[in-house]
Design a binder for this molecule. Structure first.
Ligand SMILES: *[C@@H]1O[C@H](CO)[C@@H](O)[C@H](O)[C@H]1NC(C)=O
Ligand SMILES: *[C@@H]1O[C@H](CO)[C@@H](O)[C@H](O)[C@H]1NC(C)=O
Ligand SMILES: *[C@@H]1O[C@H](CO)[C@@H](O)[C@H](O)[C@H]1NC(C)=O
Ligand SMILES: *[C@@H]1O[C@H](CO)[C@@H](O)[C@H](O)[C@H]1NC(C)=O
Ligand SMILES: *[C@@H]1O[C@H](CO)[C@@H](O)[C@H](O)[C@H]1NC(C)=O
Ligand SMILES: *[C@@H]1O[C@H](CO)[C@@H](O)[C@H](O)[C@H]1NC(C)=O
Ligand SMILES: *[C@@H]1O[C@H](CO)[C@@H](O)[C@H](O)[C@H]1NC(C)=O
Ligand SMILES: *[C@@H]1O[C@H](CO)[C@@H](O)[C@H](O)[C@H]1NC(C)=O
Ligand SMILES: *[C@@H]1O[C@H](CO)[C@@H](O)[C@H](O)[C@H]1NC(C)=O
Length: 358
């Protein structure tokens, strides 16, 4: 009798669990599911061109992108997906693929060519995003924005079909940034593989950001880019970032730190790059410049306490191994140990970090 009861309740429980999973196969069902369900599978979803897959999720939602999620083609600015909420667990199912059909958009001009949609905008708290495989993104891939306590694990981003020599001439991918971080705190990004044609990672403002185990191919490097706002110091400030255990091959830069000479006041402080290796980088091994995008060197965003530990690499003959261009008095307190970048061109530095001979 006891066993009978147990089995009965077990069956009831299983029925309940499976009934609670909302499996969505049509775009029209998404909105209702996000309003009523906290366990969602998007199964082989086709998202029409020109609309955003809006996932404003209930607190504590588990959502799985399963099978192939396909975004139909339309020239527009996107984003293709927004994910929004607290306590989320969002992941790609085993073997799943998210396909942006970039080849239909790529014209070698990125953001300055025909309109191309940005892919993911994520605004979340206490949330984990893992196991994504994304191919052929029209433009940049992930914007993490206004978020706190968010973690990203195991993302495979493959825009290699947009590489020069792979894509037809004039149809290369461009501005295909991997991860951009904006105004976010307590962020962990771990285990990314990125094949693309712009920054592998670009951190713009926020605090307490740890990035590890990136493998980047053909990118513009592991970037920090600060000073977008003409007057809001809160979004011109980046503090306490560690980027470590990463490898980059080919592409333009290894490490790129840039402050915008046309922005308002801000600050970059307490930044560590540790155990970074790169190979065959074509423009700069390490490029730190306080005159982005070009022109006058301005100290509006000082760089304080910049640590490099075990940063090494070989750059192509076309590349400057280490380039540092600081405004007067705007770089301070840099400590570098075991930094060795080999190349044939000379380094160029107007500020010399402690522990590094330029
Ligand atoms: C909305 O979703 C719930 C499940 O969470 C389902 O019971 C209901 O039928 C759906 N309504 C519509 C109109 O699809
Ligand atoms: C994911 O999709 C595969 C088929 O593509 C299916 O076998 C599997 O059960 C699905 N997983 C979930 C969680 O729905
Ligand atoms: C997230 O949701 C909030 C409140 O619903 C909204 O104001 C915000 O614009 C949303 N963000 C995105 C990226 O959709
Ligand atoms: C992510 O993938 C790993 C390895 O396949 C697996 O162990 C883990 O359970 C997956 N996580 C989620 C949330 O699906
Ligand atoms: C930055 O993000 C926080 C949420 O983490 C938000 O409260 C704040 O308004 C955002 N700041 C700006 C300038 O958008
Ligand atoms: C810097 O951020 C890390 C997490 O990324 C945190 O553990 C550490 O305490 C922070 N340090 C400071 C001084 O805030
Ligand atoms: C950074 O982390 C430290 C240590 O965990 C914490 O005290 C501080 O509040 C965090 N800063 C932000 C902006 O969340
Ligand atoms: C350094 O980073 C590489 C990945 O590029 C990793 O394989 C290696 O274990 C890291 N070394 C240490 C000491 O953490
Ligand atoms: C740089 O060159 C030195 C001297 O030839 C060599 O010992 C070292 O292994 C090289 N380092 C890298 C990262 O290529």
């Amino acid at each position: 009798m006891k066993t009978f009861h147990s089995i009965f309740y077990l069956i009831l429980l299983i029925t309940k669990i499976s009934a609670d999973i909302c499996t969505i196969t049509k775009f029209e069902q998404v909105l209702n599911a996000t309003k009523t369900c906290t366990d969602i599978v998007l199964q082989d979803l086709v998202v029409p061109g020109g609309v955003t897959l809006k996932l404003n999720l209930l607190k504590g939602t588990n959502l799985v992108f399963n099978g192939t999620t396909l975004f139909e083609f339309t020239n527009w600015f996107g984003p293709l997906v927004t994910i929004n909420g607290t306590g989320l667990r969002v992941s790609g199912g085993e073997g799943s693929i998210i396909d942006g059909q970039g080849k239909l958009y790529w014209d070698g001009k990125g953001g300055s060519g025909t309109p191309k949609p940005q892919f993911f905008t994520i605004e979340a708290f206490d949330s984990v995003f893992s196991n994504f495989t994304i191919v052929n993104t029209p433009k940049d891939v992930v914007q993490v924005t206004n978020s706190d306590k968010v973690e990203f694990y195991n993302w495979f981003i493959d825009d290699s079909q947009g590489d020069k020599g792979v894509a037809p001439k004039g149809h290369e991918g461009h501005h295909t940034d991997g991860f951009d971080v904006w105004n976010s705190t307590n962020v962990i990004i771990e285990n990314l593989v990125v094949f693309n044609q712009d920054d592998c990672l670009a951190i713009r403002c926020g605090a307490n950001i740890t990035v590890s185990n990136l493998w980047c191919h053909g990118s513009h490097g592991l970037s920090i880019s600060v000073g977008f706002s003409p007057d809001d110091i809160s979004v011109n400030t980046l503090k306490n970032v560690t980027i470590k255990d990463s490898y980059l091959v080919k592409g333009m830069n290894g490490i790129h730190i840039k402050t915008h000479n046309d922005g308002g006041p801000g600050l970059i402080s307490d930044i560590t790059y540790k155990n970074i290796t790169f190979d065959c980088v074509e423009r700069f091994g390490v490029q730190i410049q306080q005159n982005y995008p070009r022109g006058d060197v301005v100290g509006n965003v000082p760089i304080d306490n910049l640590n490099f530990i075990d940063v090494r690499g070989g750059v192509a003959d076309t590349a400057v191994p280490v380039f540092i261009l600081c405004a007067e008095g705007a770089c301070d307190n840099w400590h570098w140990t075991s930094v060795q970048i080999n190349g044939t061109k000379p380094n160029h530095c107007n500020y010399e970090p402690e522990g590094f001979q330029c």
